[in-house]
Design a protein around this ligand. Sequence first.
Ligand SMILES: Cc1cc2nc3c(=O)[nH]c(=O)nc-3n(C[C@H](O)[C@H](O)[C@H](O)COP(=O)(O)O)c2cc1C
Length: 148
Amino acid sequence: MKKVLIAYDSRTGNTEKMAELIAEGVRISGQEAELMKISEIKNDKALQGYDAYMFGSPTYHRDMTGGMKTFLFLVQKAGLGGKIGGAFGSHTHSGDAPGLIFDTMQYVFKMKMTSLGSFNMKEDVITTGEGIRACQDYGKAIAEEASQ
Ligand SMILES: Cc1cc2nc3c(=O)[nH]c(=O)nc-3n(C[C@H](O)[C@H](O)[C@H](O)COP(=O)(O)O)c2cc1C
């Protein structure tokens, strides 16, 4: 069984909900998903031992959160080159954070990023049938890429 880490930041719970639904998708695919708030991850050792990584942040002021910026410096120390990756987040209008995180994972950490690209969802869609399915599908796709 492949292990997927889903690490996220969320101020009002929307990106957290996405993370939970993405984890469901991973589990539906028969792989193991571990959910963690980035504030719980204290050192780069905690990032070892996974086959795929998905990082989530909402967009505030057209940027990822300050917590996610600090977290990405920790990720750099973990040396995740070649690992499968994805990035996601909730927003209302511009949704910049997932793309910024995705690019860092791809170009700086040299991770093998999902062909789906980054995953942005408007906050009012997350708990609709369409939103739930789309989040689960993102989790399923990464789980399948990890198991190839
Ligand atoms: C002060 C403030 C600034 C925001 N800036 C943006 C923004 O630049 N672009 C955007 O798409 N959404 C923006 N949002 C909306 C949030 O991204 C949205 O509410 C998101 O669902 C919050 O996710 P969370 O519940 O995981 O924290 C902003 C919200 C607040 C309160």
